[in-house]
Ligand binder design. Structure first.
Ligand SMILES: Cc1ncc(COP(=O)(O)O)c(C=O)c1O
Length: 382
């Protein structure tokens, strides 16, 4: 009789809602992926590199040209000089990077603090490593860290804290003062940091991304993870990276080498080439997505949903208390999909213990203008 190692894991809500959207023909604002393509020059480069014979294993740590581009970006955006050889590792997606970082340091019995609502891949990775996830809810309504509760949650067994900024699903940001607070809390403790920064370029209204890469003290104990999939509108390429101090990178690579060994070669060539030729892509990204957020929110202002504009990511939360307060968010998401043709994600699925009163659903606005207009029209008609 097979006893599952992950008895609590089933089909994710992202798969369920995307399937329901496909079955019902609803506009899919649920799962986080664009309904438009990445830059032509980037896609064209993949074909060219495939035809040029770049089809065999890339080095285990990633293509040197791509690691160099990551190091150049980290220096120019966050003022940190990292070694492309010993501190940057290319991975097949941020998810794999997260898995490897966790398995590099977590041992049976270790505790890992995550902030709820949190991305769904952290806990299963932790469980498989024998670790225990300690869920600390962010404070509502702004999804901020309760520092006293965090201090209380830290025990001698705490081995890692997982940060995610900009935050999925809320779009909330932490700032540099938060990083200082965190540093003072864990200064004398044997605690690592996993900083999930896959939405690092999607920070709006002139705010700055508080990357752990900016913070000298925290970086020394951190794995900082990002995703080319998010940044270049190619989520299906599943290509990401980790920046971590050499000693941590060495341990992470020991895991990465046996999970996948390396990332997909022609994709790495294409990304390296595109990053070198188009550095402006990064500086234009926040404006590109802010315009989508504003279009969607301006249109939704006519609806009975209430919301505060997302500060980052490509997700917008909306409160539906004035529409169907009697429905929980899972039922509401299904109702919106089936009856009104717009698929969303309920945010309770990102919690261990969802707040009972929460009436929030998440819309993904990484969509073409036409999709956003159609979705808003349907939502305003409710
Ligand atoms: C917070 C967060 N982390 C990690 C990932 C995974 O990124 P990737 O597709 O590169 O594995 C996602 C994707 O939705 C995400 O939202």
């Amino acid at each position: 009789m097979l006893i599952s190692k992950l008895p609590n894991v089933g089909t994710t809500i992202f798969t369920t809602m995307s399937q329901l959207a496909a079955q019902t023909g609803a506009l899919n604002l649920s799962q986080g992926f664009p309904d438009f393509d990445g830059p032509d020059a980037l896609r064209e480069a993949v074909g060219r590199h495939v035809m040029a014979g770049h089809n065999q294993y890339a080095p285990m740590t990633g293509l040197p040209a791509l690691r160099d581009q990551v190091a150049i970006k980290v220096a120019s955006l966050y003022g940190r000089q990292v070694s492309a050889d010993s501190e940057v590792t290319i991975t097949p997606g941020a998810t794999q990077a997260i898995f490897c970082a966790i398995h590099a340091v977590i041992r049976p019995g270790d505790e890992v603090i995550v902030f709820d609502p949190c991305y769904d891949s952290y806990e299963p990775a932790m469980e498989l490593a024998g670790g225990l996830c300690i869920h600390q809810p962010l404070s509502l309504p702004d999804f901020t860290i309760d520092w006293q509760k965090l201090a209380d949650a830290i025990t001698p067994r705490t081995r890692m804290i997982v940060l995610n900024t900009p935050h999925n699903p809320s779009g909330a940001l932490i700032d540099l003062a938060d990083l200082d607070r965190l540093a003072s809390l864990i200064r004398d403790k044997d605690i690592y940091l996993l900083s999930d920064e896959v939405y690092e370029h999607l920070v709006f209204d002139g705010h700055e991304h508080a990357s752990v890469l900016r913070h000298e003290e925290l970086y020394q104990r951190a794995f900082v993870v990002s995703s080319f999939g998010k940044t270049y509108h190619v989520t299906g390429w599943k290509t990401g990276y980790v920046v971590a101090p050499a000693a941590l990178s060495t341990e992470l690579r020991k895991v990465h080498q046996y999970v996948s060994f390396t990332g997909v070669t022609p994709l790495q060539w294409a990304l390296a080439e595109f990053m070198a030729a188009h550095p402006e892509h990064l500086s234009e990204l926040a404006g590109f997505y802010q315009a989508k957020r504003d279009l969607f929110c301006d249109l939704l202002a006519e609806s009975r949903f209430s919301f505060t504009r997302a500060a980052g990511t490509y997700f917008q939360l909306a409160d539906y208390s004035e529409i169907r307060p009697e429905l929980d968010d899972v039922a509401m998401s299904q109702w919106l999909t089936r009856e009104h043709g717009v698929a969303t994600i309920p945010i309770s699925v990102f919690y261990q213990t969802p707040p009972a009163e929460s009436r929030l659903v998440r819309f993904c606005f990484a969509k073409r203008e036409e999709t956003l207009r159609q979705a808003a029209e349907r939502l305003c008609a409710i």
